[in-house]
Design a protein around this ligand. Structure first.
Ligand SMILES: [Zn+2]
Ligand SMILES: [Zn+2]
Length: 451
């Protein structure tokens, strides 16, 4: 059976799946409940993991939303626990050193399980904390806002720089729809935005496979394809907090985490649209300004990227122009732009480039030839994988979520910088990398985001 036809409960089969891509995909998730009233299964989850003394971590908001109930349910089940409520220091809990340190300082080493109650930040902190203390972690979700529930990495601010830290997968996930549907509306939008991105991440993953030969699994992609197609139709239910819509988003977010775990990288769930968000967060951190929820930024960027793809559908690369760009590439100019955009982080960007050699003329030429020679395949991939722009636009509109970078307080210059520098951030082949390879990136940037 294809992964896309399987439920998230089938996908956690501990035997794993031998796949056509040559890998065995397996996810070590021992307990999973997504549905109405499933918070009652917390004691069962603790017992399934063979634990008896959980350390509950929540913040002031998530304590009210679910932490209080979790404590009560455990008490009634006769399970001893230690509870720590992170105090609110800023407008919201941040995934940074102080929070993690604060959790560590209140930890009782006799506890045998880290039980997070919350969403993105609490889950990220608990995954790291479980990893460093060598204890299993589990999460009781409070919002369907991001796809990290079933992933093995934490998105943290280290020295004020947004960084992905590979940690551990939670051993149990409990998402009670009765709780999740009451999360702040922005968090529901965020979950929806993060899922809409998957259309693009799959498309881009396949393009990278064509251009660079990067590993690709069609079966894992199928999880995301099916999820995104399913969830987009639930858009009208989101403003009404319709339980079915919230259930679909929640399952979709868990599925995305699984797809990342199966692929052993974030590729199936994150593409250029995510790099826009990473760039924007970095800009905001550097300016000392707050930034919006991950999924909201990703949603806005998904719309931007989808619009560029829409143009690419009727585009043909020009060999002469591509070759001219390759010949005339000026590393000094590139470096100056990196310094301008990345500021203090520029040395890290140069280190990434040094290691990856993306600008190296030989690598560049090979990719350029692949793109031009195999444009038909790239074109077919876009036709197959991309959502209809109009449909995506309407779905986001009906949700009521932000649609433009201005609503997130980013200027056109910020958007253009994020687009151009997205390919420099990491060693990952993006749609913007492809445009650069054929000498079109700067023209596309001027056309779509004219400053
Ligand atoms: Zn596979
Ligand atoms: Zn995401």
């Amino acid at each position: 059976m294809k992964f896309g036809e399987m439920s998230i409960h089938q996908l956690i089969d501990p035997k794993g799946f031998e796949c056509e891509c040559g890998r065995t995909h397996v996810i070590d998730l021992k307990f999973l409940r997504v549905g109405s009233g499933v918070i009652q299964t917390v004691p069962e989850a603790v017992q399934t993991l063979g634990c008896s003394y959980p350390f509950i971590v929540c913040d002031e908001n998530t304590y009210e939303a679910a932490g209080k109930s979790v404590a009560e349910i455990l008490k009634n089940a006769g399970i001893k626990f230690k509870l720590y409520i992170l105090p609110t220091r800023k407008e919201r809990t941040r995934p940074e050193e102080i929070e993690l340190g604060s959790v560590a300082m209140h930890f009782d080493p006799k506890c045998d399980l880290i039980l997070g109650v919350g969403s993105g930040v609490i889950n990220d902190i608990c995954k790291i904390f479980g990893y460093v203390t060598n204890k299993p972690s589990m999460i009781v979700g409070t919002a369907p806002s991001m796809d990290g529930y079933a992933s093995n990495s934490s998105s943290m601010e280290v020295n004020n720089v947004k960084t992905t830290i590979y940690t551990q997968l939670p051993s149990a996930i409990i998402l009670d729809i009765d709780i999740l549907k009451n999360a702040p509306m922005r968090m529901l939008w965020a979950g929806f935005g993060d899922i809409m991105a998957k259309f693009l991440s799959i498309c881009e993953w396949k393009i990278s496979n064509i251009v660079t030969g990067e590993y690709f699994c069609d079966n894992v992609s199928d999880i995301m394809r099916t999820t995104a197609k399913r969830v987009i139709d639930f858009a009208p239910g989101i403003p009404k907090r319709d339980p079915e819509a919230i259930q679909a988003i929640s399952e979709g977010l868990v599925a995305a985490g699984m797809a990342m775990s199966f692929a052993e990288m974030s590729r199936p769930a994150s593409g250029l649209e995510h790099h826009f968000s990473h760039m924007w967060e970095m800009m905001a951190l550097e300016r000392g300004k707050p930034y919006d929820l991950h999924g909201i930024q990703v949603g806005v960027a998904t719309l931007l990227v989808c619009e560029i793809y829409d143009k690419l559908l009727s585009f043909n690369p020009n060999r002469e122009k591509a070759e001219k760009f390759l010949r005339e590439f000026d590393p000094k100019k590139w470096e100056a732009n990196v310094v301008r955009v990345f500021g203090d982080t520029a040395p890290e960007i140069f280190a990434i480039e040094k290691k990856a050699g993306k600008n190296d003329p030989k690598n560049h030429e090979r990719r350029m030839n692949n793109i031009i020679n195999r444009w038909d395949e790239i074109h077919d991939t876009m036709v197959e994988e991309l959502p209809d722009y109009r449909k995506l636009y309407e779905a986001m509109k009906v949700c009521g979520m932000p649609m433009t970078p201005e609503e997130l307080d980013f200027s056109v210059q910020d958007v253009q910088d994020a687009f151009i520098c997205s390919r420099d951030m990491r060693d990952r082949y993006l749609m913007s990398s492809m445009l650069w390879d054929i000498g079109e990136l700067y023209d596309f940037a001027d056309k779509f985001f004219p400053v």
